[in-house]
Write a protein that binds this ligand. Structure first.
Ligand SMILES: Nc1nc2c(ncn2[C@@H]2O[C@H](COP(=O)(O)OP(=O)(O)OP(=O)(O)O)[C@@H](O)[C@H]2O)c(=O)[nH]1
Ligand SMILES: [Mg+2]
Length: 362
């Protein structure tokens, strides 16, 4: 995210006062009638310091985008990462400081101009005290913005025009491995859960159509209220970005979670997010061998060994759109890409646009 470097109160004040002094030195060497000079010097110190501090505050305020005008995905992302209310409060405080310093500048410049020359230095010192007090009052807000800058540095850049597929599933099922297989993205892959902590994006172009594939952190089958910040990243991507969900189920259960729980989560996700869902039964290369001897359903494909998958029947019978794959070996990649090509972009109307149309009634 586009937050500029945030100074500490001391840095801000030092810079303002230092530049004030420099500007005053120029006045000192200039041709000003003697009785005016000390007044001119102190006035310059005040106005220059105020200008420099105000410029810096304004630069920050201008560069941080107005959160409400951002797409909802970013608003939610900022909210779960640093908190939108805290962000608004911090920006509000900077705005407040800007206003007060503008006041002080006008006030003290006028007072110095009207004062007796021997009072000028005192008034300037008083002004500097008040400026310092205002800037110190926004210390925690500057600290917060610095924290927000660090935390929003990895905010993903979303292409809102592209068709977007979100890969979801339990932790450790092979989501990132799949993203690596089908796009040029290189997310971290590891044999432990919650490897992916943020949102990873890979791109693909098919028939001149831009397709964006989003790899998300693993989800557990638990209520949204119990979710941590990492899991919530996955939820905001699903909510705002998914034109289709590719849900991965690890059939080997080497991810550490039973298929039954993974399937339950998929049903929950489907219920909450009303978008087409494709099931990818992953890790077929290490598929469990059949435990019970029911009628067996076999996968016979040129690039995959023949395996007995009757233990999956009770799920496959309930699903119409699925593929049996091995993300690790690259089995099923062509079929996955064929599915990607069929995904239709959902035209989303954001709340803001809705309220705009409401206004038309008046
Ligand atoms: N045998 C086999 N291993 C796989 C396959 N896909 C992924 N793995 C392994 O499963 C582990 C987890 O893979 P990741 O791609 O990191 O899984 P993830 O779903 O992104 O995990 P989180 O980011 O932690 O949620 C790694 O050790 C992968 O090598 C597969 O098709 N077959
Ligand atoms: Mg991952």
């Amino acid at each position: 995210m586009m937050i500029p470097t945030i100074p500490t109160p001391d840095e801000l004040l030092d810079k303002g006062f230092r530049r004030g002094k420099k500007a005053a030195d120029l006045v000192r060497t200039s041709k000003v009638p003697k009785r005016l000079k000390s007044k001119r010097i102190e006035e310059t110190r005040v106005t220059t310091a105020c200008q420099v501090i105000k410029d810096r505050l304004k630069m920050i305020l201008d560069r941080v985008p107005n959160i409400e005008t951002l797409p909802e995905f970013y608003q939610d992302y900022i909210d779960i990462t640093v908190g939108v209310d805290d962000m608004k409060k911090a920006l509000g405080a900077l705005n407040w400081a800007y206003g007060i310093i503008t006041q002080l500048e006008k006030d003290y410049a006028g007072r110095i101009r009207r004062a007796a020359p021997e009072r000028a230095n005192d008034l300037r010192s008083q002004a500097y005290g008040r400026i310092a007090s205002v800037v110190n009052k926004i210390k925690k807000d500057l600290d917060f913005l610095d924290f927000a800058k660090a935390n929003l540095r990895n905010m993903p850049t979303i292409n809102f025009e592209a068709t977007t597929i979100v890969i979801a599933g339990f932790p450790n099922v092979g989501k990132s491995t799949l993203l690596r297989q089908i796009t040029d993205a290189t997310p971290e892959v590891a044999s432990y859960p919650f490897t992916t902590k943020g949102i990873q994006i890979g791109h693909l172009e098919r028939n001149w159509r831009k397709i964006q594939i989003i790899d998300t952190p693993g989800l557990l089958d638990r209520p949204i209220l119990d979710m941590n910040e990492i899991e919530l990243n996955a939820m905001v991507a699903l909510e705002h970005l998914a034109d289709a969900i590719f849900f991965i189920i690890d059939v080997s259960e080497t991810c550490g979670f039973p298929i039954e729980n993974q399937y339950k989560l998929s049903e929950e996700v489907k219920r909450i997010f009303d978008v087409p869902m494709v099931y990818l039964f992953n890790k077929m290369d290490i598929s469990q061998t059949n435990k019970d001897n029911h009628e067996s359903k076999k996968v016979i494909r040129n690039d995959m060994e023949e395996v007995d998958i009757s233990y999956l029947n009770k799920y496959l019978d309930k699903i119409d759109d699925y593929l049996l794959i091995s993300a690790y070996k690259g089995h099923g990649v062509d079929e996955i890409i064929a599915k990607l090509e069929k995904v239709k972009k959902i035209e989303r109307i954001e709340d803001e646009e809705l309220s705009d149309t409401d206004d038309d009634y008046y």
